[in-house]
Design a protein. Structure first.
Length: 372
């Protein structure tokens, strides 16, 4: 059940906050990725969450620049890390003790707006225990890592965090100019010298005949996905993608119970600029597929974007790091699929041995082929 609790803030003001209270023992329940419901960590009582996908409304982009729904601040408060600048959203009755993104303890509650409320969330399906096992499997397969890594690494605190993304829709109308090239061949005679004698030889030389073509390309783009976080290394997060967005559900506070959510650090307007770059590239690829010729070169494309809409969504990540030889290595686990991405130390000796062995094998193969 969801009850209203009272919290006394530092300035003496009493603030009402919602907690998901266990009906059996009164403890605060948290979201359980295994059962995909709420679970009491004290007595084990489980409560089902009604999974729905009714919030299919797209929000108007231009209108939201001035009048976006910021009611999320009623549920969450913002903690900012003084070390890396990341802003984390927690329930109003929770306190942050360290930064999920850099591990610093220098964080404090701020007066910042929580931002535009998310429409959809992809709940965690990989539990913390499963994420640890996925990590152990991943690290056991690091062939170029030092052999003692598997025994001597120290795993740091593993945190489940919902990472913000934008999705954009837009109708597009494009006019373009392309140059289309058609191959043709001409016979060329030239003089070559062989064994000290001049000889006339003929050969076919390929030429290109170009023509200019104008056209139009109209397309609707749906759910162009753009990261809204600067705090998770793009190189790492790209390697744990994709997420299966068919699993998105209506945003409910229950899914975030016991987990963190990052406040988007890439604002809506900047997110649209990134989405537009993706759309522009897709339009260029579509034009190249549409026009036929031996070669097609785009001269210019003019595009208008109409009916731009967006959604703010949250996607699940397990975030942590491990220490080895007094150095920190970050890694991520996709909270839906369990895919792992991270950095690990490299043994120079193993790399050198592999290079030498490869060269030796290549040399033996070459000698065998040369004697045949």
């Amino acid at each position: 059940m969801t009850n209203v609790d009272n919290e006394v803030l530092e300035d003496g003001i009493i603030e009402e906050t919602e907690v998901n209270q266990c009906g059996s023992c009164g403890g605060n329940t948290v979201y359980d990725p295994v059962s995909r419901g709420l679970k009491c960590p004290f007595c084990g009582t489980q409560v089902e969450i009604e999974a729905t996908r009714e919030n299919t409304t797209e929000h108007d982009y231009l209108d939201a620049l001035d009048h976006a729904d910021h009611s999320w601040s009623d549920e969450k408060r913002v903690f900012k890390c003084d070390n890396c600048g990341a802003e984390t959203l927690l329930d109003n009755d929770k306190v942050a003790d360290f930064c999920t993104f850099c591990g610093s303890s220098h964080i404090a509650v701020t007066e910042h707006d929580a931002g535009i409320k998310p429409a959809l969330v992809l709940p965690f399906q990989i539990s913390k225990e499963q994420a640890v096992e996925k990590f152990k499997t991943w690290i056991s397969k690091r062939y170029f890592a030092p052999s003692r890594l598997k025994k001597e690494y120290e795993l740091q605190k593993l945190s489940g965090a919902y990472i913000p993304y934008w999705t954009f829709d837009s109708n597009t109308k494009s006019s373009y100019t392309v140059k289309i090239g058609t191959y043709y061949y001409v016979t060329v005679t030239r003089t070559v010298h062989r064994d000290g004698k001049a000889q006339q030889v003929t050969e076919q030389v390929r030429k290109i005949r170009w023509r200019t073509q104008n056209g139009s390309y109209n397309k609707f783009f749906d759910d162009i996905l753009v990261k809204a976080s600067r705090n998770v290394a793009s190189g790492l997060i790209d390697k744990v993608e994709p997420f299966q967005l068919s699993g998105l559900l209506d945003y409910k506070t229950e899914y975030l119970s016991g987990f963190l959510a990052e406040r988007y650090s890439i604002p809506l307007k900047e997110g649209w600029l990134s989405a537009r770059n993706i759309i522009d590239q897709k339009i260029r690829n579509g034009i190249l597929r549409k026009e036929t010729g031996d070669e097609v070169r785009i001269v210019k494309v003019d595009t208008s974007y109409d009916g731009i809409t967006f959604k703010h969504i949250l996607l699940p990540l397990w975030i942590s790091s491990f220490n080895f030889n007094n150095k920190v290595y970050r890694f991520l686990v996709n909270g839906q699929t369990g895919k792992v991405s991270g950095k690990s130390p490299i043994s120079i000796w193993k790399v050198t041995f592999t290079v030498l062995l490869t060269a030796l094998v290549a040399g033996i193969v070459f000698m065998v082929q040369d004697t045949m």
